[in-house]
Write a protein that binds this ligand. Sequence first.
Ligand code: HXC
Length: 514
Amino acid sequence: MWEIIDKLDRLRGQARLGGGQERIAAQHRRGKLTARERLEVVMDPDSFEELDMFVEHNCADFGMQENRVAGDGVVTGVGTIYGRKVFAFSQDFTVLGGSLSESNARKICKIMDMAVKVGAPILGINDSGGARIQEGVASLAGYAEVFQRNVLASGVVPQISAIMGPCAGGAVYSPALTDFILMVKDTSYMFLTGPEVVKTVTHEEVSAEQLGGALTHFTRSGVADFAFDNDLNLLKQLRRLLSFLPSNNQTPLPRIETGDDPRRDTPSLDTLVPDDPLRPYDMKELIEKVVDNYDFLEVQAGYAKNIIIGFARMDGRTVGIVANQPLVLAGCLDIASSVKAARFVRFCDCFNIPLVTFVDVPGFLPGLQQELGGIIKHGAKLLFAFAEATVPKITVIIRKAYGGAYDVMSSKHLRGDLNYAWPNAEIAVMGPKGAAEIIFRNEIRSAEDPEAKLKEVTAAYAANFATPFIAARKGFIDDVIMPRDTRYRVIRGLRTLAGKQLTNPWKKHDNLPL
Ligand code: HXC
């Protein structure tokens, strides 16, 4: 018996070394943790149970029978994060560059299947040279098996991808199918075709970092939801992200005792919005002051900054926040911000996370570029997402809510449950000046001093129409609330809506304007 135990220990020890000490040292020299170290950091201490540690590849071509390592380049298993089960795979770059073989894909699929069966999130840590070249189509088949599972798990359990090394070619599509992508600056990249291929085909000279580094995807393409300076920061924030999410689409949201008084008022909000409607202010300040303990996890903070999305807690329970940002493009909706927010709204709806929307939107961004880029179709995505969402929806109009953008931003008419406005809100078809120019065109033209006349009618229009009261009289706004009370009113609303039941008509699936 002792002999067998010794052998088991030896085999486990060998497996844990992956591609060996030298390759582990090389990984460290690059500032990267190993596959197992990453799991140790991200999971609760001693909670990770590794499965399939002894699996080897089944390839006999290109001398591969001499090149077998237990585990075959991916560590898979289950652990807990803040006490809740999470299934994970972590690609081991020290073994054949973490490349994906048939056996290695089977390991990944096994834990994905288990995660869906038991209703727990799936975490994929990507650090791989892509398809195991020696295995050819068997490796491609393995990828497709993973993709298929990503799609079926979508909306059932949260799926998170950490990109912590190379992720290239078709391999990018598994992360792309998941809910959130986190990247590490300088050591990770994602692209379909690398710099060499780009140079051959388009003659463009770009570095891997420019083409697919963390900052590129965080600020330019919108592919990455988060970017961090190093492995440790990423893993720490990944834990934080998961702390906001339910384990699956049928369990209640996690609730934690935040200790922040629901009735805490915030008098400084009374003076947040400048008197001059053309002057911006920082919507993030509002969000942070309203949510529990100022703790707001912004998603896609570097991309389409004219809209803010992210998670927070109110009364201890997770909410999804969507808010226009007047500091960027005056808070207008454009293609990028519509798509960014639409995907977030749909994520929240999948996982029963109530939506709290703060509105200050002068309209859709005008321009040839936007129209040619298809703002009609892309703006419709956000409208669609809010309209189909059945989670509790609370909207607070902070200042402007003009035109179609008023409708889109979780208005009453899109089944908004509780729609509030601050007293200075301006809810109308368009801004006072534009409206006055059209309505009073003849009076302005025939006036002795057309400019003075325009000023006069604009002021009259603003006083009568750019207010929350017309909408409130029609019941489109449920109440006009004081800025300082916003936190409590939203929390009260969430309590009121806690048992909300709403289902959409049966359909196979909808036809979101993609
Ligand atoms: C087999 C691979 C491999 C792969 C790397 N290795 N990628 N083995 N299949 N795809 C091995 C290397 O041979 C090497 O083995 C070890 O991993 C480390 O690789 P290095 O090249 O020494 O590391 P580095 O210099 O850091 O370069 C990393 C790399 C490079 C940029 C990822 O290895 C690379 O370009 N690999 C090939 C990438 C690729 O073309 N993959 C296929 C993409 S197509 P030794 O024994 O020397 O240590 C694809 C299709 C998916 O993925 C389709 C899904 C639909």
